[in-house]
Ligand binder design. Structure first.
Ligand code: ADP
Ligand code: ASP
Ligand code: MG
Length: 423
């Protein structure tokens, strides 16, 4: 008997029929003798629908008060599903009880819309499990120290599930979703993408941070920090398939590099078009400039991603970086109003129509020429690279967003990711 956490995404619970299917699957695991905690997210499309309603009514200059209410609103999607799933389990003859984040409680900081989990009290859940109940906990939401409801950022139910698994020292956290595992790249963009049997924790961390939305980055961080065994698998298999077969399916996130993984030079390709590029031209090239620019951006709580500074010419240089597209207008205003006048730079220009495409693989550590193969592939497709950033296990390029799909497909082919990995 083990303590297991299941997480179900929005599409997996998109109708009462699918909720019933989830209830039957969970009941199967419970009847096999496992203690079960289930973390559902909202029905697919629901969080978007709620946030769109808020946007229609939003004040001109939204501040913290508005963001508090966004969380109050967006967290309701998850609350609907925990209630429905508990009811569906009861109708399957299982004792079950549902909790909102504040009832557990799942304590977070007060960063509305992107709160971080600080602690989880496991006592209530453990008491219910001891009584033989299936416990259902809302994904995505928590509560801050002043009892305000918070949410964990888009895709945050993954993080709730892994954090609950860590708090309960669960044997495994299973993330059920609408694909049957982690693929070499998003199978919706590249139909030839292959499912990975295993992916190393470090690679998953890079892929998630570079845009593979199959797992929220913070869920991977949590899994790494607390060594939570984590698996991504399909919720669309028949609920009554053999449990042992189901437990082996999908993709396991591993903490040890096995031999096979060392052979894969590039394991996956990640991409996103969530960012915008900003360049400050004609910056005087002297000490403290990067701090003057990026310090002001950081003070405004804006996260910066890729950063590039050119060599200087005649004592002047150009400085570019990317921010999330949602923060683009705010960053441009900040730079124009506060930073540029103090800096003596000539101009700030921006481009919101960019994308990031990255190749990821721990095998890159021990192989040279991987990045140049990437650049050759892109040049053969006639795609101009705007920015480059590398680390030990990834090479990232910033491109015009119109080339995103072309680049991902071409790179997937160039690195033979559609071929089964060499044994
Ligand atoms: P859920 O609602 O279950 O949380 P998400 O939509 O958040 O589901 O995540 C699953 C989706 O992630 C898939 O449908 C797929 O399109 C996308 N995805 C992106 N990159 C990958 C990848 N490398 N492997 C698998 N799926 C990926
Ligand atoms: N419902 C939330 C969202 O759509 C959380 C999640 O799905 O994980 O972002
Ligand atoms: Mg998700």
């Amino acid at each position: 008997m083990a303590l297991i956490v299941h997480k179900y995404g929005g599409t997996s619970m998109g109708s009462t029929e699918r909720i019933r299917n989830v209830a039957r699957r969970v009941a199967k695991w419970a009847r096999a003798g496992h203690q079960m905690v289930v973390v559902p997210s909202a029905m697919s499309g629901e969080t978007n629908r709620l946030l769109a309603l808020a946007k229609e009514l939003a004040p001109q200059k939204p501040g913290a008060a508005y963001h508090r209410e966004l969380d109050m609103l967006a967290s309701t999607g998850e609350q609907v599903l925990v209630g429905l799933l508990a009811i569906a389990l009861q109708s399957e003859g299982m004792d079950s009880v549902s909790y909102a984040g504040w009832q557990v409680p799942i304590k977070t900081n007060s960063a509305y819309t992107k709160a971080r989990i600080e602690s989880i009290d496991d006592r209530r859940i453990r008491a219910d499990l001891a009584e033989g109940k299936v416990v259902i906990v809302t994904g995505f939401q928590g509560v801050d120290e002043d009892d305000n409801i918070t949410t964990l950022g888009r895709g945050g139910s993954d993080t709730s599930a892994v954090a609950v698994a860590a708090a309960l020292k669960a044997q495994e956290c299973l993330i059920y979703t609408d694909v049957d595992g982690v693929y070499t790249t998003d199978p919706r963009i590249v139909p030839e993408a292959r499912r990975l049997e295993t992916v190393s924790f470090e690679e998953m961390l890079e892929m998630a941070s570079l845009g593979s939305k199959v797992l929220q980055i913070r869920s991977v961080e949590f899994a790494g920090k607390y060594k939570v065994p984590l698996r991504v698998l399909s919720s669309f298999t028949p609920w009554d398939i053999d449990l042992a077969e189901e437990a082996r399916s999908g993709t396991l996130i591993t903490f040890e590099e096995d031999e096979q993984m060392e052979q894969a030079i590039v394991s996956g390709i990640a991409f996103n078009r969530d960012e915008a590029k900003i360049s400050i031209l004609g910056v005087p090239d002297k000490p403290g400039i990067a701090y003057q620019i990026l310090g002001a951006v950081a003070d405004a709580n804006i996260e910066v991603d890729v950063i590039i500074q050119n060599v200087s010419k005649d004592g002047k240089t150009d400085f570019s970086f990317t921010v999330h597209r949602n923060e683009y207008a705010k960053t441009m205003d900040l730079l124009k109003e506060k930073v540029l006048p103090a800096l003596g730079a000539q101009e700030v220009v921006g481009d919101a129509k960019i994308c990031k495409v990255s190749i990821v693989g721990i095998g890159m550590r021990s192989h040279v020429g991987v990045a140049s193969k990437m650049f050759r592939c892109l040049s053969e497709e006639g795609i101009n690279i705007q920015m480059i950033s590398t680390s030990e296990i990834k090479t990232l390029v910033v491109l015009d967003e119109k080339y995103m799909e072309l680049a991902v497909r071409a790179l997937h082919r160039a690195f033979d990711l559609d071929q089964p990995a060499a044994a």
